[in-house]
Write a protein that binds this ligand. Structure first.
Ligand code: SAM
Length: 229
C-alpha cells in the first residue's frame, strides 16, 4: 500500500540558523498554502460551537509549534471582528520565527516540555507540528503536555499521509513555482504525516480520555478532546 509507513527524513525547514530572509520567505509561502487549504476554518467553526457566544468573548489560546504566529493572528483578528478577545500565545522552538512577527505574543520552548502550569489556557491548538517529531514517544509526550496545560479544549491537526493529498500538493507547488527546498519539504511533510489509527493509538498511549481523532477533508488528521471541569 502507498505511504504505509511514515518517512523520517529531516526537513530543510528544520535546519537551525537558516538566513532570516529565507526563513521569512518560507513562512510566507507556508501561510499562502495554509490560506489555500483554509487552515483556520475548523478553528473558527468549532471554537464558537464548543464554547458558545458568551464564553467566546474572552479566550486564552496556546498555539504549539506556531511558526511565525500567523494562525493566531488570523484567529484573533477574526474574533475581534465579532467583538471577542482571543489572546493567543505562540510557542515555537525557533526564535528566528518569533522575530518575524514582533507584535505577537511568543514563548520560546519545546512542545515536549511546556513552560506552563497545568490548566493554563482555555484552548490548546497545534497545526502541522507533530510531523516534525521523529519518535512515537515524542508525539505521545507532545500530546500529554498539550493536554496537561489546557483547561478546556485540545484541538490539533496535522497532515494526513495519502497519495491524493501528495499529488494535489505536488501540482500546487509546481504551479506556484516555489523553490526546490520548499517543494520537497511540502511533499516530505505529507510522507511524514499520519493516519487516523496512528494518532488514535498515540492519543490512547498519552492517556487523553474521550478524545476524538478523525479525518478532515481527506487532508488532515484532527484531534479533539475536552476536559470536564
Ligand atoms: C510546518 S511549521 C507549522 C507552523 C504553523 N503551525 C502552521 O500550521 O503553519 C512547524 C513549526 O513547528 C516548530 N517546531 C518543530 N519542532 C518543535 C518542537 N519540538 N517544539 C516547538 N516547536 C517546534 C518549527 O520551528 C516550525 O515553526
Amino acid at each position: 500500500m502507498f505511504f504505509k509507513h511514515r518517512v523520517l527524513q529531516a526537513e530543510y525547514f528544520d535546519l537551525p540558523d537558516r538566513p532570516v530572509a529565507e526563513l521569512a520567505e518560507g513562512y510566507r509561502m507556508l501561510n499562502h498554502m495554509n490560506r489555500l487549504f483554509l487552515l483556520a476554518g475548523p478553528f473558527k467553526r468549532c471554537l464558537p460551537t464548543w464554547f458558545g457566544q458568551e464564553r467566546c468573548r474572552s479566550l486564552s489560546i496556546l498555539d504549539l509549534g506556531a511558526g511565525d504566529g500567523s494562525l493566531g493572528d488570523d484567529l484573533s483578528v477574526w474574533a475581534a471582528r465579532r467583538g471577542w478577545h482571543w489572546q493567543v500565545t505562540n510557542l515555537d522552538l525557533n526564535m528566528q520565527a518569533m522575530r518575524l512577527n514582533p507584535p505577537a505574543r511568543f514563548v520560546a520552548g519545546s512542545v515536549l516540555a511546556l513552560p506552563f502550569r497545568d490548566n493554563s489556557f482555555d484552548v490548546v491548538i497545534g497545526s502541522q507540528m507533530a510531523h516534525h517529531l521523529m519518535a512515537d514517544e515524542e508525539v505521545c509526550q507532545h500530546f500529554k503536555e498539550a493536554w496537561r496545560v489546557t483547561k478546556n479544549v485540545l484541538y490539533m491537526n496535522d497532515l494526513h499521509r495519502n497519495v491524493v493529498l501528495y499529488a494535489v500538493l505536488w501540482m500546487l507547488l509546481c504551479l506556484h513555482r516555489y523553490p526546490d527546498h520548499f517543494r520537497s519539504d511540502g511533499l516530505l511533510s505529507v510522507r511524514r504525516g499520519w493516519r487516523v489509527r496512528e494518532w488514535r493509538s498515540l492519543v490512547a498511549r498519552a492517556g487523553i480520555p474521550n478524545a476524538r481523532v478523525s479525518l478532515y477533508a481527506g487532508a488532515r488528521v484532527m484531534l479533539e478532546a475536552h476536559k470536564r471541569s
